[in-house]
Design a protein around this ligand. Structure first.
Ligand SMILES: Cc1ncc(C[n+]2csc(CCOP(=O)(O)OP(=O)(O)O)c2C)c(N)n1
Ligand SMILES: CC(=O)[C@@H](O)[C@H](O)COP(=O)(O)O
Ligand SMILES: [Mg+2]
Length: 619
């Protein structure tokens, strides 16, 4: 059977084990081939092939609810639910999404992108089912990284007391994006090494021989399903939560997986099936990767494993610019420490972690904890630098407010992947943080226009006594490091095409230089303000701008509501100015997936849309 011919899970239900094993290998080849051309989350999907096949073989999606935690490992599920033909469009504008999407298929009952929502969602589905006297199984599929998150524990706490029927598929590959960390990872290691499943298998064969059903295991297991209580083994960890447990199960042994899923099919109450998988299974480079490089990839050469994306000459990604700067500062200042909630590779902190292992903390997928941890470090004379992707920082809103800003503690917060991030889409665009945090007292919010300013904002952040955010986008910028210089708090800068300009644009980030460049090339007579402090704003400069007669345009590439232009409109109102302010930014909706330039165009927040507005305003 061709992978692209699979229309629905029904197509694999009549296959025998040998045929299923062939399909598993074909799916792996399909994934490697397809993702090498589009980019995407390769390793987690290669690891979950047999597991997903076994689940679809035994259960009946869409009646049974398949809920993938994060959703980055739902590609095999997408293939088995008739979406293989759409893989050439994966994560592209108008194309197949990289996560489960309710609009995409009836087989996607839930959506995520952020980690550790699957267990809470599963409980919601299970309770609604019971209240409606419906009959379906709920199957959250959750990794060992996501399982160690606080939300998962909050959910387990209630699942264990509610005792609703669900099969929690615990996909344990000892990896988060990179190697999994923390005490929970040791708990899982002990479980993995436990004799539980051996015990289960022994009980099972006893059961089978007592019942004289012979060796036709698949059929026998069907008889067993109502007696699963006899075979479920205790596991100290999940047992403490009041959950039944089976495992560890070899996640690449299709026959075994099918036997186990069949056995727990109608299990009464919540049961954890602990499945051991290998992240990157079947593709050597990905299988041997501990660093997280193959977790999410761009286009690559299958043979050599080389990336096909190139970084322009003299350019470096923004995360590395900050982490290189941090390394320089940390060399002379032993009080500097660095933290990441599970994003060591993406935040480019690997070098820091190797150089200063005692001063580096990977907190796991635990944004809330990481932020409060950083606050306490700052309260005890350490100088914490915490790097968090903007969209994941949404998780730590209260900790920034309650623990960092309220106590006015000098935590330097790198808000990475700020702005539109591209292919990950809705759940990952970092477009909310300015609006979210502009109302937080004591907090300073900055965004550099170039690499020098990024370094200088980092340097300045460590020289002062307040919480200090530095927003940096996904992508690269020209990098020729110069000695650090301090930047005055709340100071903006202005560039003018000539003394008498016709309009002023206020912008921030790396768009500032792009706007200046375009104005120069096209001889457009404007001034461009670099609003490198989004909070506090440069009120002296704002008074000057409101006192001249030129049109004033605020150019934002984040949410309009509550963003920089909202701050400027508040200023205008409070200071009693009459001048109109034109603004560009993202309206009241979520932004889809696609390349960053495509999405900016689609949202009318690209530089061409800005210049169309400028020309309208000055003509
Ligand atoms: C709240 C949040 N923080 C961080 C991430 C980034 N992230 C995506 S997948 C992942 C690792 C998940 O590990 P695991 O659950 O074990 O899944 P695996 O990829 O190993 O299958 C992380 C940290 C996220 N999606 N959401
Ligand atoms: C699924 C997930 O949340 C991460 O893997 C994310 O896709 C990483 O994004 P970057 O590629 O920008 O590091
Ligand atoms: Mg994992």
């Amino acid at each position: 059977m061709k992978i692209t011919d699979i229309q629905s899970p029904k197509d694999i239900k009549t296959l025998n084990i040998n045929e299923l094993e062939v399909i598993a290998e074909d799916i792996r080849t399909f994934l490697i081939d397809s993702i090498s051309k589009t980019g995407g989350h390769l390793s987690s999907n290669l690891g979950i092939v047999e597991l997903t096949l076994a689940m679809h073989y035994v259960y009946n999606s869409s009646n049974d609810k398949f809920i993938y935690d994060v959703g980055h490992q739902s590609y095999v599920h997408k293939i088995l639910t008739g979406r293989a033909k759409d893989f050439p469009t994966l994560r592209q504008f108008d194309g197949l999404a990289g996560f489960q999407k309710r609009y995409e298929s009836e087989h996607d009952p839930w959506e995520a992108g952020h980690s550790s929502t699957s267990l809470s969602a599963a409980l919601g589905f299970a309770v609604a089912r019971d209240l409606n006297h419906d009959d379906f199984q709920v199957l959250p599929v959750i990794g060992d990284g996501a399982m160690a998150n606080g939300m998962s524990f909050e959910a387990l706490n209630q699942i264990g007391s509610e005792k609703r029927k669900m099969v929690i598929v615990f996909n344990d590959n000892e990896m988060s994006i990179s190697k999994n960390v923390g005490a929970m990872s040791h708990v899982f290691t002990r479980l993995r090494a436990s004799k539980g499943y051996t015990g289960f298998k022994r009980d099972l064969s006893n059961y089978l021989s007592h019942n004289k059903v012979g060796n036709a295991v698949l059929d026998s297991m069907r008889n067993l399903k109502n007696n699963i209580k006899n075979t479920v083994v205790d596991s100290s960890f999940f047992d403490e939560f009041g959950l039944d447990y089976i495992g560890p199960v070899d996640g690449h042994d299709l026959k075994e997986l099918i036997r186990v899923f069949d056995a727990v099919k109608n299990h009464d109450g919540p049961i954890v099936v602990h499945v051991i998988t290998t992240k990157g299974k079947g593709y050597e480079y990905a299988e041997n990767d501990d660093s997280g490089k193959w977790h999410g990839v761009g286009k690559f050469n299958i043979k050599t494993g080389q990336s096909l994306s190139s970084v322009p000459f003299n350019h470096l990604d923004w995360s590395s610019i900050l982490s290189e700067g941090l390394m320089e500062l940390a060399k002379d200042d032993p009080s500097i420490v660095a933290l990441t909630p599970a994003m060591c590779s993406g935040s480019k902190l690997l070098k820091f972690s190797e150089t200063y292992p005692d001063r580096f903390f990977d907190c796991g997928i635990a944004e809330e904890h990481a932020m409060t941890f950083a606050a306490a470090l700052a309260a005890t004379e350490k100088k914490p630098f915490i790097s968090i992707y903007s969209s994941f920082l949404q998780r730590a809103y209260d900790q920034v407010n309650h623990d960092v800003a309220r106590m006015d503690l000098p935590v330097v917060i790198a808000v990475d992947r700020a702005g539109i991030v591209g292919e990950d889409g809705e759940t990952h665009h970092g477009v909310f943080d300015i609006s979210t945090f502009r109302s937080t007292p004591n907090l300073i919010i900055t965004q550099p226009k170039d690499a020098d300013e990024a370094r200088n904002l980092l340097y300045s952040g460590f020289k002062q006594d307040h919480p200090w955010m530095i927003r940096i986008p996904r992508g690269t910028v020209e990098y020729k490091p110069k000695p650090f210089e301090e930047i005055a708090l709340g100071s903006w800068t202005i560039w003018k095409f000539c003394d008498q300009v016709d309009a002023t644009v206020i912008a921030y980030g790396d768009d500032v230089d792009k706007i200046i460049q375009k104005a120069k090339v096209n001889e457009i007579n404007i001034a461009v303000v670099n609003a490198r402090f989004l909070k506090p704003m440069d009120t002296e400069m704002l008074h000057t701008l409101f006192n001249d007669d030129n049109p004033l345009i605020v150019y934002e590439t984040d949410m309009l509501a509550g963003g920089l232009s909202s701050g400027i409109l508040e200023f205008k109102n409070d200071e009693g100015y009459a001048k109109q302010v034109k603004r560009i930014g993202i309206g009241d909706h979520y932004v889809t997936h696609g390349s960053i330039p495509q999405l900016r165009k689609h949202e009318h927040i690209d530089i061409n849309s800005l210049f169309d507005l400028i020309v309208r305003e000055i003509s």
